[in-house]
Design a protein around this ligand. Structure first.
Ligand code: WT7
Length: 644
């Protein structure tokens, strides 16, 4: 175990305070959260705190539900009197030679109010859905907060997703409007967001409007009557837009995430509980103090960007850095150059980025002055001890606590994580639960709760916390089915977990058909259905396999139509096909031609076997006697693809 006392003075919590607060938070959540809820400004204060039920068939989650507030007021207006001139957002562009922008709270307020008025002028009303398909530019934050200001529900679609994926999300949530940009520079290349949006909108209602941020000035098509130049229009509208009073349980945003079955689910987060939880976790987990410069390198297209670039830091009146680029452009020193330039105090990134940078050698880090750093964060997948040690040694210089934060799109904020100064770390463990979180480990087959301290099984959460998702957009049944049906009375995370004799939690990875590629969640079913949509493909099965940089890679077994011959051209064509169907992150790392797939007599594909073959662990296939045709396994092993 490692204790790293802050080299900057006392942290928000120490070990005794953590214990005391944690105990109260789980023994008396009403009192605990009743007090913590006051970290926000309420238009009508709540009198109710917790009203939650995990009973399958009756699942209902409400926090602070008679309270009225506005999220944009909490992230902006309430800071104006005391820190109007403080930088709210530092924007660091893709090209290091382009100047950074420093947006004060006062400027943020004006931009958000203007953007809100633009939305109103386009007929967006309270409760309407707005899809945001933007690069990592300040306008993404303005758009989110503008929606929050007028009570519209935003749904961000990661700019790396394809037109088809964008169209599906626009249609699923019935968005009235999509906000995009001309093109998105990243790592010196440009993604044509506007033309992707044009392609997506061919599959959507022709009532859907398109707001375009002219970011690079690149030429795009322009459809009169549908497309709107947002920046120009922001100049023409009033800089003041009264915030709509929202109920704590009014949805703030929808964010689509992959599951083990079917199409992506629209995870719904609501205004009050989510914001309380994002703000509190941001403060305690990163040990954020007033005046600190905080940087989360995630994209706003993922939940990490929602909670820890925009809502948490801004609700706390912090300074949040938004980075448009990539870790390796123009070279592997970019992260550290930016840390030095802006004197970053807290830095939050993903193990996959650390592994990629590790391979380039420490000289890229050693060049820069990182003495302002005090907390380092990790998220997305378990951090392997080698990456942990490198992060600690070269970036943190052995002086910065590393917070390995386990959480999910569904949880809204950190769930199991160290707190600097309070919880000693062990490399690879997310350590202990945050306030209000009751993790339990169940036997995966008997569903029996494991009471011994040291144990292993599936990870569930025994009671609600304010940041929990409330429902799946448009499908409360699916919400209950997915998270509350398998282990009755508990929220099921989908993760496996080990608890050691010190009571520390170690996430062992997904136990469902979800794979974690570079910290991004990918449903194997989604990749399979993209593959079978190709005319040459009869059947496909997708599994994860260990990948040095990405954590897990995508391994696809593809059965071709009878009259189709396998070829390298076809392989390339399938890769391209998946990129356009879903996006570059879904591109299979390996495609193996499979004349047959291992199926049970009832036709179920035995993925366990496919995983073993992909992992090259063919000595331990287990019982294959229930297969309809065991000989397909020999063929798959004999022709196992070279993973390079
Ligand atoms: C899944 C959630 C939460 C934002 C990033 C991904 C895995 C996430 C950790 C961690 C071990 C982790 C889990 C989880 N995961 N963080 N620190 N240690 N595993 O959000 O796309 O909703 O994915 O990512 O498997 O269930 P997401």
């Amino acid at each position: 175990m490692r204790e790293v006392p802050s080299h900057f003075g006392p942290a928000h919590a120490d070990a005794a305070k953590y214990r005391e607060m944690y105990n109260e938070s789980v023994e008396n959540p009403e009192a605990f959260w009743g007090r913590e809820g006051k970290r926000l400004d309420w238009i009508t204060p709540y009198t109710k705190v917790k009203d939650t039920d995990f009973t399958f068939g009756n699942v209902s989650i409400k926090w602070f539900h008679d309270g009225v507030l506005n999220a944009s007021v909490n992230c902006i207006d309430r800071h104006l009197a005391t820190r109007g001139d403080q930088t709210a957002i530092i924007f660091e562009p893709d090209e290091p030679s382009d100047p950074a922008q420093y947006i004060t709270y006062r400027e943020l307020s004006e931009k958000v109010n203007r953007m809100a008025n633009v939305l109103l002028s386009q007929g967006v009303m309270r409760g309407d859905r707005v899809v945001i398909y933007l690069p990592m530019i300040p306008e993404a934050a303005y758009a989110m907060l503008a929606c929050a200001r007028i009570g519209a529900i935003h749904s961000i679609v990661f700019a790396g997703f394809s037109p088809d994926a964008l169209a599906n999300r626009i249609n699923d949530c019935g968005a009235k409007l999509v906000i995009t940009a001309d093109t998105a520079p990243r790592g010196g290349r440009r993604t044509p967001l506007k033309s992707n949006t044009d392609a997506a909108l061919l599959h959507c209602s022709d009532k859907v409007r398109c707001l375009v941020v002219k970011h690079t000035g690149d030429q795009t098509t322009w459809i009169q009557g549908r497309d709107v130049d947002v920046k120009a229009m922001m100049e023409d509208v009033s800089p003041e837009c009264p915030p709509r009073p929202m109920n704590a349980e009014d949805p703030l945003f929808i964010l689509y995430t992959s599951g083990s079955t079917g199409k992506p689910k629209g995870v719904v987060h609501c205004t009050g509980g989510y914001l309380v939880y994002a703000a509190m976790t941001h403060e305690y987990v990163f040990d954020y103090h007033q005046g600190d410069v905080y940087w989360c390198s995630a994209d706003v297209g993922w939940v990490t960007g929602h909670s820890y670039i925009v809502y948490g830091p801004l609700a706390n009146g912090g300074t949040s850095l938004m980075f448009e680029g990539t870790p390796t452009y123009p070279d592997a020193g970019r992260f550290w150059e930016v840390c030095e330039k802006h004197k970053v105090n807290q830095f939050y990134t993903a193990p996959t980025a650390i592994r990629a940078l590790m391979g380039q050698g420490p000289e890229y880090v050693e060049k820069y002055d990182l003495s302002a750093l005090k907390t380092l964060g990790s998220v997305g997948e378990p951090i392997n001890p080698e990456a942990w040690a490198w992060y600690d040694k070269y970036v943190g210089k052995g002086k910065c606590p590393i917070v390995d934060t386990w959480w999910q799109t569904e949880t809204g904020g950190h769930m199991i994580t160290p707190l600097p100064g309070a919880i000693p770390t062990k490399p690879g463990s997310a350590t202990r639960p945050f306030f209000g979180v009751k993790p339990v480990i169940l036997d995966p087959t008997t569903a029996v709760k494991q009471d011994e301290t040291a144990t292993e099984g599936v990870l569930c959460i025994a009671d609600s916390w304010p940041g929990q998702m409330r429902t799946v957009w448009g499908d409360h049944e699916r919400f209950q089915e997915t998270y509350f049906s398998q282990y009755k009375g508990y929220y099921f995370t989908g993760d496996g977990c080990r608890r050691d004799s010190d009571g520390y939690y170690w996430i062992t990875g997904r136990v469902d058909d979800v794979i974690n590629v570079s910290g991004h969640r990918m449903g194997t079913a989604e990749v399979e259905s993209a593959l079978v949509a190709h005319q040459a493909v009869a059947e496909a099965a997708v599994v994860g396999f260990p990948h040095e940089l990405k954590g897990q890679g995508i391994y696809a077994y593809v059965t071709l139509m009878n009259d189709v011959e396998p070829s390298d051209d076809l392989r390339k064509d399938l890769e391209k096909w998946v990129r356009t169907e879903i996006g570059p992150i879904a591109k299979p790392d390996v495609i193996q031609w499979a004349p047959g797939l291992p199926k049970t007599r009832s036709g179920k594909i035995m993925r366990r076997i496919l995983r073993k073959i992909a992992e090259n662990d063919t000595g331990a296939l287990g019982d294959i006697s229930t297969l309809a045709d065991p000989s397909v396994v020999d063929d798959l092993i004999a022709n196992r693809a070279n993973k390079g």
